[in-house]
Design a protein around this ligand. Structure first.
Ligand SMILES: [Zn+2]
Length: 185
């Protein structure tokens, strides 16, 4: 339990004790549900968001603006942006950020698939929605240079302190960040 994100030792103990007090059948059901979810959920073949189908609901939605592509590091960032209900374009999930310190280069992320998507579909604007951190800045700069010849590139404006995580931003802050995005030259 302690290995789960956001769970400290005391919460871990509380959860473990709670589960041990439950009827065997309900613990079984929970274990099975976790296994089923883990087995069924993979990545969307277009945007690399978590999805039980080959192509996710967002990519399949014809009401979405196909000329707009929002680049995020992780599925949790996509979920945070979806929560605002303001953004009507599509996404591209990189699967992380460039971090030379951790040995993560662009070739380990969904970068070539991003260029392919921009090249093949008529993408008019790419919005970089990456955290304001050293890794987020490095990745944004790298992508801006790479994508400029193909399309317009902008980065969301943050009303957030440096290093803060996108997923913890409230809906209004995120909506403003999207609306206030700046074009990268
Ligand atoms: Zn998708």
């Amino acid at each position: 339990m302690e290995r789960l994100p956001g769970i400290g030792p005391r919460t871990a103990q509380r959860l473990a004790l709670h589960l041990l007090r439950q009827p065997q059948e309900s613990v079984h059901k929970l274990a099975n549900a976790l296994l089923t979810a883990r087995n069924q959920v993979g990545l969307c073949k277009k945007c690399f968001h978590l999805s039980a189908e080959d192509i996710c609901d967002i990519c399949n939605n014809d009401a979405r603006d196909r000329g707009l592509l929002c680049v995020v590091a992780d599925s949790k960032d996509l979920i945070a942006l979806e929560r605002t209900r303001e953004y009507k374009g599509l996404y591209h999930v990189l699967g992380g950020l460039i971090s030379p310190m951790d040995g993560i280069g662009p070739e380990m992320l969904q970068v070539s698939s991003l260029i392919e998507r921009i090249d093949q579909n008529n993408v008019k604007e790419v919005i970089l929605a990456l955290t304001p951190s050293i890794e987020g800045d490095t990745t944004s700069l790298y992508l801006a240079r790479l994508l400029k010849p193909f399309t317009n590139v902008s980065r969301i404006a943050y009303g957030l302190p440096v290093g803060s995580e996108l997923e913890y931003a409230d809906d209004i802050t995120l909506t403003r960040a999207l609306e206030g995005r700046r074009s990268l030259q």
